[in-house]
Design a protein around this ligand. Structure first.
Ligand SMILES: [Mg+2]
Length: 217
């Protein structure tokens, strides 16, 4: 299976719609252990991305991802803009010049995202951050390659986000709460989960379309 820019654009459109739909929920999650701006920040960021990517024609998957990252870094405040922005920019650097990418290349790109998030956030797995979704999801993609089941990956991403509930926050504002952060979901892990769930929906759709073209179904 190959992924092209138009699928990435459809992914981001779906993610934008889903983040907008869950804005209040993301805000509530951040009110519990942070400063309550995550829903607003992510919604604003994705609206800006949509404006940007609808103004430009993209063949290059890497350039598209880099532009998405640049918008997040430059337009979104708080910790989430720079961290999500870094994730997209790093993935874009790996894929620069490519008009279509394999699942294995997507995994390599996300591996760079994970390294970028770790460096920028000085975080590691188990700190109750977005990394607790990004790192296992990336490993899952790398381990499964072309045999990947995107429905299962979507469930897996949700499970990883749910797991942050049991963790004590080690980074950001939530870490000031210490053990009182336990029992709450990490907002960045939940919005990361939304990103991966929507990516999976688009790629499942893509697979079905290819099968129909080949006359399989
Ligand atoms: Mg916040």
């Amino acid at each position: 299976m190959l992924i092209k820019s138009n699928q990435i654009i459809r992914w981001i459109e779906l993610a934008n719609a889903q983040i907008d739909r869950q804005k209040e929920y993301l805000t509530q999650l951040d009110q519990a252990i942070g400063d309550g701006d995550h829903g607003i920040n992510m919604t604003r960021g994705f609206k800006e991305i949509i404006n940007k990517i609808h103004q430009t024609a993209y063949d290059d998957v890497g350039k598209l991802l880099q532009d998405i990252g640049m918008v997040l870094v430059s337009k979104v405040g708080g910790a989430s803009g720079p961290l999500f922005g870094t994730a997209f920019m790093k993935a874009g650097q790996v894929l620069k010049g490519k008009q279509e990418i394999t699942i294995s290349e997507l995994g390599q790109a996300f591996q760079e995202s994970v390294s970028g998030i770790k460096l920028r956030g000085r975080s590691q797995m188990g700190d109750k951050t977005m990394l607790d979704v990004w790192e296992p999801v990336t490993q899952y993609i790398q381990q499964n390659g072309n045999t990947i089941n995107f429905q299962e990956l979507a469930f897996y991403a949700r499970e990883q986000a749910e797991n942050t509930k049991g963790l004590e926050a080690k980074k950001g504002r939530a870490s000031f709460l210490g053990k009182r952060s336990i029992g709450h979901l990490d907002p960045g892990a939940v919005s990361s989960c939304i990103l991966f769930e929507t990516l999976c929906s688009i790629l499942i759709e893509g697979n079905v379309t290819e099968d129909v073209k080949r006359g399989i179904s």
